[in-house]
Design a protein around this ligand. Structure first.
Ligand code: ADP
Ligand code: MG
Length: 313
């Protein structure tokens, strides 16, 4: 097993770990990219020890690597599309929600973000021929809005056994942003035993927004969000899963992103999300979904409805 904390690196005891942290090396990546000379000086260790520590950190830190195009093509052949139960929304998304990508659903309170997540959760358990992913679902619930009762209603509407569906939906409450990020790691561990095809984070940004308050905290917040997004994207790639995340628009101007129709997290979230869907309420309980940012599809809109049965045209 590669090391996951400083103390697990060879030659690093508690005292050295503390020195490293004091010198600003709190994660393995920071050590992996440092030069032995600088590390030795700052952590007051021998240069040979520093070389060993850096080598181990390089192995442990996920530096990533290069892949040839044929392997990427092979992986993309496995991409599946998950139906939303709305033809119009499926079409807007190029046939459904795409695996190996992050779909960001953003909009004001009550715009239908959580309802779409419920529908996707139900549908992910359905067979491929029904637009499903024949798999299981992880939900990271940060606002305590997961409602099994809604899963039951939406399952019955598609003639599914609600109990069977509920057994395939694994829900974890995240109590703060740090916990939320750890749960993605946990999900990746569990994925070796569970055929997970959909990961939901509802809401992606609520904790971050509540915890990192004020201008001074912004850089730190964005850095954490950036790491979180990359962890999520990686999860989607490794498991050929759809990653659906929800995001609010700031009702009152954010400290930095002053526009009230802007999603929280600004460019960091926007760039990492593969698809951004802006939801807004319309007349008669209808919702308008607008595809805002996509690598290969035009900007367009779809009208959907939210009913007891779930998401429909
Ligand atoms: P948010 O975007 O804040 O996550 P939701 O996705 O929870 O909002 O949407 C809430 C809305 O979904 C409600 O205002 C209502 O219009 C609709 N809704 C929720 N439950 C039902 C239901 N059982 N039957 C019909 N509509 C529902
Ligand atoms: Mg919600």
């Amino acid at each position: 097993m590669p090391a996951t904390s400083l103390e697990e690196l060879p030659g690093v005891g508690p005292a050295t770990a503390e020195k490293l942290r004091d010198a600003g090396y709190s994660d393995l990546m920071a050590i992996a990219v440092e030069s032995p000379k600088v590390l030795a000086e700052l952590a007051e260790i021998g240069e040979n020890t520093a070389i060993k520590i850096i080598a181990a950190a390089k192995q442990a830190a996920d530096v990533g690597g290069f892949e040839t195009g044929d392997i990427i093509l092979e992986r993309r052949k496995n991409i599946r599309k998950l139906t939303t139960s709305s033809k119009a929304l499926d079409e807007l998304m190029g046939g459904g929600m795409e695996s190996q990508s992050i779909i960001e659903l953003y909009g004001e309170f009550g715009s239908g973000k959580t309802q779409i997540c419920f529908q996707l959760a139900v549908n992910a358990t359905r067979p491929l021929e029904d637009g499903g992913l024949d798999g299981e679902v992880f939900v990271i619930d940060t606002e305590n809005t997961f409602r099994p009762e809604r899963i039951v209603q939406m399952s019955l509407a598609h003639d599914l056994d609600p109990e069977e569906v509920l057994k395939k939906i694994h829900v974890a409450r995240a109590f703060n942003s740090h916990h939320q990020m750890l749960l993605v790691e946990k999900a990746q561990e569990l994925a070796s035993d569970i055929n997970v095809r959909l990961l939901i984070v509802d809401s992606l940004t609520a904790h971050f927004r509540a915890e990192y308050v004020g201008r001074g905290a912004l850089a730190e917040r964005q850095q954490s969000l950036n790491k979180h997004m990359h962890d999520l994207l990686r999860f989607g790639d490794l498991n050929n899963a759809v990653v659906a995340v929800t995001n609010q628009v700031s009702a009152k101007p954010d400290a930095f992103f002053g526009d009230p129709t802007r999603p929280i997290g600004g460019h960091i979230v926007g760039h990492a999300a593969t698809y951004r869907v802006y939801l807004r309420k319309s007349k008669g309980g209808k919702r308008i979904a607008r595809l805002v940012d996509s690598p290969s599809l035009p900007e367009a809109e779809a009208v959907i409805s939210v009913s007891e049965d779930g998401i429909r045209d």
